[in-house]
Design a protein around this ligand. Structure first.
Ligand code: S3P
Length: 483
């Protein structure tokens, strides 16, 4: 089918990707010619520029769609965003935009993406598509007006809950930056109920509604319905932070201050199921989510990245991470974990077997997953595989997980130490091990250097001495941070 997607933002872009991958003919429209150019360069589907609030621009879009042969959409999805704008922008983008699209593409099935913010309930009650929507706010009224246009035309409305995904999670970002609070009221003694949806699941819902031409209103929300307290307590544990304090609700919240449990039963009954039924499943299983938010906090510079009280050992194969790591753990009374061992345990087979079956790429995915599973650890020495720093998404995780020590050693020594075992597939190729290690060191050195809080040149030291150095430095590092 031919689908026109108006607004290729966080969700629109994903919906376009999904529909294209499923074999549909997709054209995406985006507000500016710059973003159209950027997307054109990156995407296998066509992208055109269009200002949906301008009737002429929408008419020109129809002409551009048909420029190289007849092309009229079987369906369109209006998921353009109002950005940070208020009521006048809502009127222009949502209401006028929807009217312009319906007038220009009258034969197409319309899907409008609205918001669960139209439900005003503050009593914690369960809300479905038949529940009252009576927002006092002008913006809410405009969202409903745009919905009505789609519904009167025999189309669909997707009411999206709070969208999060890689690069976007206000709940986590605010917690990491120390800006969270549990917004309690008489009816919400554990804070608001959070109604959220992962961007991938939101996009899948839009694709599902439009390809099946399902009419009417559908809430797009996950199954979780965490209270703020439950969510922030779990997050605090996971990121080694204090549980945020209670505070008064924020009356200026853009989506309005509500407390309700939005049901997805209607959408689920049509066959849609979320890949991430809850926020914590996504935190653990979406490889990009946590690293992207940690990186935002790090790069934003508003707050220091919280560092857990663990010690992370990095360095090339044979540098002594496991042996020295065990000694450090013993000296400090810490636990010990080894990412390679955790990978082997989970996979139920050896590292050479994983490389043989899944290639290095498969091994690296497993390694990242193991690293994510260590979130929440405290007082642990973590020995990592030498290549863990090669995956960009691992870097913020490593930095958050603890005090990072790089164990250095002369490459000849590393070659000698690794000569007698066959557990390291990267050293069993054509290249002589020492040459390979030299090359790996050249590639990896900048990354080890960038990450290390401490470097130890171990050539002249006994393993006991190295361990002592790590333990003492970590002790000072943590004491300083606590102070
Ligand atoms: C690797 C190092 C190994 C292991 C895998 C790949 C690497 O761990 O993760 O064979 O890329 O350097 P050690 O550093 O513990 O040997």
């Amino acid at each position: 089918m031919r689908v026109l997607i108006i607004g290729c933002g966080f969700v629109g872009e994903r919906a376009a990707d999904l529909l294209h991958a499923a074999g549909h003919e997709v054209i995406g429209a985006t507000h500016s010619s710059e973003s159209a150019e950027r997307l054109t360069a990156a995407k296998p589907w066509r992208v055109l520029a269009c200002d949906v609030s301008d009737a002429d621009s929408v008419r020109r879009l129809a002409e551009k769609c048909a420029a190289s042969g007849p092309w009229s959409p079987d369906a369109f999805i209006h998921c353009a965003s109002s950005g940070k704008g208020g009521a006048p922008v809502y009127q222009a983008v949502y209401v006028d935009g929807m009217a312009n699209l319906l007038a220009t593409f009258p034969q197409a099935f319309p899907l409008y993406t609205g918001s669960t913010s139209v439900y005003p309930q503050t009593d914690g009650s369960e809300v479905d598509e038949t529940s009252p929507t009576d927002p006092g706010k002008e913006t809410g009224r405009l969202l409903l007006a745009a919905e009505k246009l789609a519904l009167n035309h025999g189309g669909a409305v997707a009411r999206l809950a709070g969208i999060y995904g890689p690069g976007r999670s206000f709940v986590l970002k605010n917690l990491l930056e120390g800006k969270s609070g549990i917004e309690v009221t008489e009816a919400a003694s554990d804070g608001r109920l959070l109604n959220q949806i992962h961007a991938d699941d939101a996009a899948a819902a839009l694709a599902h509604l439009v390809t099946n031409k399902l009419t009417g209103i559908y809430n797009v929300v996950d199954d979780a319905h965490l209270t703020q307290r439950a969510c922030l307590e779990k997050l605090a544990l996971l990121f080694n932070l204090p549980v945020p304090e209670e505070k008064a609700p924020d009356p200026g919240r853009k989506r309005g201050w509500t407390h309700k449990h939005v049901s997805n039963a209607r959408l689920r009954a049509t066959g849609w199921t979320p890949a991430y039924p809850g926020y914590f499943e996504a935190l653990h299983h979406d490889p990009a989510l946590v690293p992207s938010i940690l990186k935002q906090v790090m790069d934003g510079g508003e707050a220091a990245l919280p560092r857990a009280e663990n010690i992370v050992l990095i360095g090339l194969m044979g540098s002594g991470k496991s042996t020295v790591g065990r000694m450090v753990a013993h000296m400090l009374g810490f636990q010990f974990a080894d990412t390679d061992h955790l990978i082997i345990e989970k996979a139920g087979c050896s590292i050479p077997e994983i490389f043989a079956r899944e290639g290095e790429a498969g091994f690296r995915e497993r390694e990242s997953a193991v690293l994510r599973s260590l979130l929440g650890c405290r007082h642990c020495v973590i020995a990592t595989g030498g290549g863990i720093i090669t995956q960009p998404q691992n870097l913020p995780l490593l930095q958050h997980l603890g005090f990072i020590t790089w164990l250095e050693a002369d490459v000849k020594l590393l070659a000698r130490r690794t000569a007698n075992n066959n557990d390291r597939p990267l050293l069993r190729g054509e290249e002589p091990p020492q040459v390979k290690l030299e090359r790996l060191l050249t590639e990896r050195k900048p990354l080890y250097k960038q990450l290390a809080d401490l470097r130890i040149q171990t050539d002249e030291l006994s393993q006991q001495e190295s361990a002592y150095g790590v333990a003492e430095s970590a002790r000072i590092f943590f004491a300083q941070r606590r102070a």
